[in-house]
Design a protein around this ligand. Sequence first.
Ligand code: FMN
Length: 198
Amino acid sequence: MEKIASTDHPVLEILRKRWSPRAFSNTEIEKADILSLFEAARWAPSCFNDQPWQFIIATQDDEDNFHIMLDCLVEKNQVWAKNAYLLVIAVAKITFRTRESGNRHSLHDMGLAIQNLMLQATSLGLYTHAMAGFSVEKARENYEIPDDFQPITAIAVGYPGDPECLSPDLRKMEFDERERYPLRDFLYEQKWGKSFLS
Ligand SMILES: Cc1cc2nc3c(=O)[nH]c(=O)nc-3n(C[C@H](O)[C@H](O)[C@H](O)COP(=O)(O)O)c2cc1C
């Protein structure tokens, strides 16, 4: 199902196309395409080129591992994410690899890598849905994630499914219009709060 963003100004078509559905089909994603997603993430820019992104993945082909990852999600996300073929937990290295200090840009750079992954997915006819709703503690425990790495986001990835399979409340959200604040609310000049578009 498509939900093309109706933008106020022209943007790349792929940005208009990406959205976060909850109706996924469990159709297999070719391994080559899975690798392309993470290759796209790999080429994100990062502070000092430190590349703080790490990913743990589970596919429906490996039922046991899939359930271990699914179990990290909150129930509200499990109910729909269980249908996606691929689940991902994105983990940031919060200290620099090459210097002795914390990397306060690691979450920023993780976000850039994830957006690369998401847009690559869109170009492959796949959909993605990021989730804050997962247990960081469970992820840490299940995957023995060291202290200087922080689980940031879980992501469901898959081909589109039938919205009729969703519960009525989720189905409604699936058809809700996509909304964003207008540019005048966040694009300033001269001083904080003075809109560039006034
Ligand atoms: C970091 C992050 C965490 C999110 N967490 C959840 C979540 O736990 N559950 C959920 O259903 N959607 C989650 N979302 C999806 C957002 O609600 C969605 O991206 C937003 O409403 C904009 O919709 P769009 O992606 O379709 O444009 C999350 C998105 C991001 C980027």
